[in-house]
Design a protein around this ligand. Structure first.
Ligand SMILES: NC(=O)c1ccc[n+]([C@@H]2O[C@H](COP(=O)([O-])OP(=O)(O)OC[C@H]3O[C@@H](n4cnc5c(N)ncnc54)[C@H](O)[C@@H]3O)[C@@H](O)[C@H]2O)c1
Length: 340
């Protein structure tokens, strides 16, 4: 099987590495708007670089992996769908709802596959949490606390094309809350601060955010994120029910220090970033994509799933801007959306 990888930046490099080692993937064609970047990676992996996206489609591939900046995803998804190709695409589909709905429409009209890169669905901890909730081990779930803390901010040039902290980062927590609990979010109240680095203020983004989410069964969830967490990369989810409490992401690399004399020791080697923390999950989601291409398993995260996570992020932006709780029903693209 030959796969085209479009975008060879941070996440494209790790996905190309994984695919290049996969025994069912014969070869890769890599491309990037920075041709030197694609050529250097192709040389390192023993794969082929193409001068542009056109060549990916002209030379012929069996599937496409899209790891460009988010602003290019929707158009590339549409192009691959019209060529009848299965697509794996990094989150989110687009920076706005119309672009997201259009891309999903293209995929559904073409009858092709779009698998979205919400890798937490393949992380051992999140999988265990979902199983615990489904099995009723916690009793009635009443509280979920989700958090994503980057150790260091992304490059300044990434910020204006990222879509902001809710669409770029917290979207993972929104997807995880839905996926782990099996419930829908019906209302959000979001706050954010840009009191940190000037580069966030310059693009109207926030560097830290907190959200209260109400789920359709009355469960309350909080989700917080920050771009600058000196202790390390910290991604956790705590779920508390009437019978038990569990936590995802608490291990000997979690970057937190207890102030209790009998507490656990601080991590020797705290997680530095997403590439390390989620390495096995990134591999597992692409292994799943190969199985999806072969028709051996159902799509684990399609465009409609990604749409719901984006709607929550959109509701957060509105909530922060207007300082009020926002019902998800106010945001377009719900289950009733026509043409999707
Ligand atoms: N799942 C995750 O944990 C995770 C983590 C990081 C990033 N992401 C997502 O992955 C995507 C890329 O993020 P990144 O951190 O790798 O960014 P990046 O800036 O490091 O890399 C993006 C690359 O895409 C290239 N590019 C942009 N437009 C292109 C186009 N039209 N055609 C070809 N190449 C193009 C850029 O030149 C760059 O090399 C984003 O959508 C982001 O949301 C997901």
């Amino acid at each position: 099987m030959r796969i085209g990888v479009i975008g060879t930046g941070r996440i494209g490099t790790i996905h190309a590495n994984t695919l290049s080692r996969h025994r069912e993937v014969g070869s890769l064609i890599l491309t990037d708007t920075d041709p030197g970047r694609a050529a250097e990676l192709a040389l390192r992996l023993g794969e082929t670089a193409a001068p542009g996206v056109d060549e990916i489609f002209k030379w012929g591939v069996d599937a496409v992996v899209i790891t460009t900046n988010t602003s290019a995803h929707a158009e590339l998804i549409g192009r691959a769908a019209r060529s009848g190709l299965p697509v794996f695409c990094e989150k989110p589909i687009a920076l706005d709802l119309p672009g997201t709905l259009h891309a999903i429409g293209e995929v559904e009209t073409a009858g092709t596959v779009l698998q979205m890169g919400f890798q937490r669905r393949f992380d051992t901890g999140y999988v265990g949490a979902r199983e615990a909730v489904r099995a009723g081990r916690l009793g009635r779930l009443h509280t979920v606390r989700a958090l994503t803390c980057d150790q260091a901010p992304p490059p300044a040039e990434y910020l204006p094309v990222s879509g902001g902290l809710y669409r770029d980062t917290l979207i993972h927590d929104f997807d995880a809350v839905r996926w782990v609990t099996g419930r829908e979010v019906v209302e959000v109240y979001a706050a954010g601060t840009d009191a940190g680095g000037a580069m966030f203020r310059a693009v109207g983004d926030v560097d830290t955010a907190a959200v209260v989410l109400t789920l359709d069964d009355g469960t309350l969830a909080t989700a917080t994120a920050t771009r600058l967490n000196g202790a390390g990369y910290d991604v956790r989810m705590e779920l508390a029910g009437e019978r038990d409490t569990i936590v995802v992401g608490l291990d000997d690399r979690t970057p937190i220090a207890s102030t209790e004399p009998t507490g656990p020791p601080a991590a020797d080697k705290p997680w530095p970033g997403f590439l390390e923390r989620f390495g096995p999950a990134y591999e597992a989601e692409l292994a799943a994509f190969v199985e999806v291409i072969h028709g051996e398993r159902a799509n684990p995260c399609d465009g409609r799933e990604a749409l719901q996570a984006l709607r929550i992020a959109e509701a957060c932006e509105l909530s922060r801007a207007e300082h009020r709780p926002v019902r998800l029903a106010e945001i377009a693209g719900g289950r009733e959306a026509v043409g999707v």
